[in-house]
Ligand binder design. Structure first.
Ligand code: IMP
Length: 421
């Protein structure tokens, strides 16, 4: 069976920590979509690591890590990422498998990303500028360059054909702010390192693991509200971030999907542009940003902050078939005398429990309920039953509203700061 862990909001829910926490239970951890736009932060033994493309199981000696076909890989960034943790895991390459079908992010994909964002003026998506969108576009346009291609004798010609096509577009967009010579040199150097990794047909590997009864965890990136089909289009990423993406992104049949863990923060954040119905532009939003240290793990950008959106959470639980909820960063809300949760949306004179087809155009307004806050600190050592009453009421309130159990509650960044009910 393949269990799934994914974010239910706009990303940055804390998937890295929980995937790392769950990893010891699994033989294999696999990434199925996204790329170095992700930033999964892991903290243990006083050390902090940010993973972008590598699955969160890399720090566990007995876990095999797979970068699946649905992922887009920037070889330069991949080895920068590996350099950050290689002292901790010198034998990482023994436990890292990379799909030959994963698409490569070329230097010119990043340049096209920047050129397109630049041309969008005030309609910018707020892309991470990691080349994600242009790479997925080449994939569906059927002229992408894949990891397995690096082993082919005509790789250089394939690369140059793609590069020249991208440069035409960049020229047309009148974008000149790049140094391709330098980037190409780094790219070719990284490809030599990539060739030394275990490049495989990962769909065969994963399906064999399923057959052998191994336990597999599929680790999502970004969040369900950034899904290309169901997110706040067009302010979304370019892949299917929901459970359905696991089948495409790893090459497994739906019947092999096991438990789905959905992660959400006790409040909401978003980076980049796009609709965010519960955004708090005032002092409380600023308080959430400071308390929660809400600055991007990948880009360092300040995140937009706001309150828990139950309409969106219900929607993403439905889309993903969430079995168990995991609530992150509960400790951040300590000390607030009132906590707001969005129950429904108001559009004109109507209220609705549904996320409209286009959140961008609908002009929704969040309808809130105020709940009493809690003082804290929330002491995980004492277990759930001994936690402060108003905090337990908040948990209960969400469980009733979403009709799903909150199984794990995180009270801080360290592995130990976690309550499993
Ligand atoms: P892209 O995926 O870089 O094209 O960015 C598209 C949108 O998704 C932008 O608003 C990004 O800020 C957002 N985004 C992409 N990756 C992440 C992530 O890992 N966490 C949160 N937001 C993300």
């Amino acid at each position: 069976m393949v269990d799934v862990i994914l974010g239910l909001q706009w990303g940055d829910e804390g998937k890295g920590k929980i995937a790392d926490y769950l990893t010891p239970k699994y033989d294999v951890v696999a990434r199925f979509q996204g790329g170095p736009n992700a930033g999964h932060s892991l903290e243990f033994e006083g050390k902090k690591f940010v993973l972008n493309t590598i699955p969160s199981g890399i720090f566990h000696k007995t876990t095999t890590n797979v970068i699946g076909n649905g992922v887009v890989i920037d070889p330069v960034r991949l080895f920068q990422e590996i350099d950050r943790f290689i002292a901790e895991v010198p034998d990482y390459a023994d436990r890292l498998l990379v799909s030959k079908k994963a698409h490569l992010i070329l230097p010119t994909h990043r340049i096209v990303d920047a050129a397109l964002e630049n041309a969008k003026g005030d309609k910018k998506i707020g892309s991470t500028l990691r080349g994600i969108g242009p790479t997925y576009r080449d994939k569906t346009g059927r002229h992408g360059v894949r990891v397995g291609d690096v082993l082919l004798p005509d790789f250089k010609a394939r690369y140059e054909e793609a590069r020249d096509r991208h440069l035409e577009q960049v020229k047309w967009l009148e974008y000149t702010d790049f140094d391709l010579e330098k980037e190409e040199a780094e790219f070719y150097a990284a490809l030599e390192q990539l060739k030394k990794l275990q490049l495989i047909n990962s769909e065969y590997f994963i399906n064999k693991c399923i057959k052998d009864g191994k336990k597999i965890l599929a680790e999502g990136a970004q969040g369900s509200m950034l899904d290309i089909d169901f997110g706040t289009y067009p302010y979304v990423t370019s892949s299917n971030t929901i459970t359905a993406g696991v089948c495409n992104g790893l090459g497994i049949a739906p019947k092999h999907i096991g438990k789905v863990y959905g992660i959400f923060k006790a409040y909401c954040t978003r980076v980049g542009s796009g609709p965010f119905p519960t955004e708090d532009f005032g002092e409380e939003g600023e308080w959430l940003r400071k308390q929660g240290n809400e600055f991007g793990a990948t880009t360092g950008r300040p995140r937009r902050t706001g309150w828990l959106d139950l309409v969106a959470l219900r929607y993403t639980c439905m889309l993903n078939g969430v079995d168990e909820l995991i609530m992150m960063k509960s400790d951040i809300l300590c000390g607030s005398d009132k906590i707001r949760v969005c129950e429904s949306y108001k559009i004109g004179n109507e209220t609705t429990d549904e996320v409209p087809a286009s959140l961008v155009e609908s002009g929704v307004e969040a309808v809130y309920t105020n709940l009493p806050g809690w003082v804290g600190p929330l002491n995980y050592a004492e277990g759930f039953d001994n936690l402060e009453g108003t905090f337990k009421d908040y948990i209960q309130y969400i469980e009733n509203a979403i009709d799903t159990r909150i199984k794990i509650i995180s009270l801080g960044p360290e592995r130990e700061n976690t309550i499993v009910r």
